[in-house]
Design a protein around this ligand. Structure first.
Ligand SMILES: CC(C)(COP(=O)(O)OP(=O)(O)OC[C@H]1O[C@@H](n2cnc3c(N)ncnc32)[C@H](O)[C@@H]1OP(=O)(O)O)[C@@H](O)C(=O)NCCC(=O)NCCS
Length: 165
């Protein structure tokens, strides 16, 4: 079942993000890796800035989470994480499709340039990497992230975005 997450899910979201983010270790630049990958303060800030988390639940237990954030004329998919032992079983796909259905705006996704598995996952669902100069502009316009993260990220967009821009 896919459902919106609530305040009571906060600690579980935090755990899932940080368990799943282990995948980044050794893949993303060393200066971007830390433990926990996302602190509770950072997670709270993301939610306060408008990221709404949705979760994939099984037997009353959250297995994966994904955030959606509406920013001006686009919708961002943020923070996609599935418990490590349940990855590659289609849960991310279910979450992504459920979130994509929630908006009529063009969709954008930012991820680490070295997270090749994540890029492939989004490409399988129709997203395409935007050109480098466009990426920098989009990250500055729609995301609140440090300069170093801009340098080491890619942005993927759906067909609607490519048709409009
Ligand atoms: C990226 C992530 C959210 C995707 O979620 P997921 O549940 O693993 O995704 P899915 O299972 O839907 O798809 C992943 C792969 O599994 C494959 N798959 C799906 N169902 C499958 C099944 N039943 N058996 C075998 N493989 C399967 C898909 O074909 C897909 O392969 P592809 O990437 O080569 O296309 C998850 O793997 C994750 O948390 N990764 C670590 C953190 C991360 O990188 N997050 C991205 C942040 S932007």
């Amino acid at each position: 079942m896919i459902r919106q997450c609530h305040d009571l899910d906060f600690d579980t979201i935090y755990l899932i993000i940080n368990e799943a983010a282990i995948k980044y270790k050794g893949a993303i630049p060393d200066d971007r890796w830390k433990v926990p990958y996302m602190s509770k303060d950072e997670l709270r800030q993301q939610i306060d800035e408008g990221v709404a988390f949705w979760g994939y639940e099984e037997d009353s237990k959250l297995i994966g989470v994904m955030g959606i954030q509406h920013v001006r004329d686009v919708t961002l998919i943020r923070h996609a994480y599935v418990r490590p032992e349940r990855q590659n079983q289609g849960i991310g796909k279910e979450l992504l499709l459920a979130l994509c259905r929630q908006t009529k705006h063009p969709l954008l996704i930012g991820t680490w340039a070295n997270a090749v598995w994540a890029i492939r996952f989004y490409e399988q669902h129709g997203f395409k990497v935007v050109p480098q100069e466009e990426k920098d502009r989009l990250l500055e316009k729609y995301w609140l992230i440090p300069e170093r993260q801009v340098e080491t990220s890619v942005v993927l967009a759906d067909q609607k975005w490519f048709d409009l821009y």
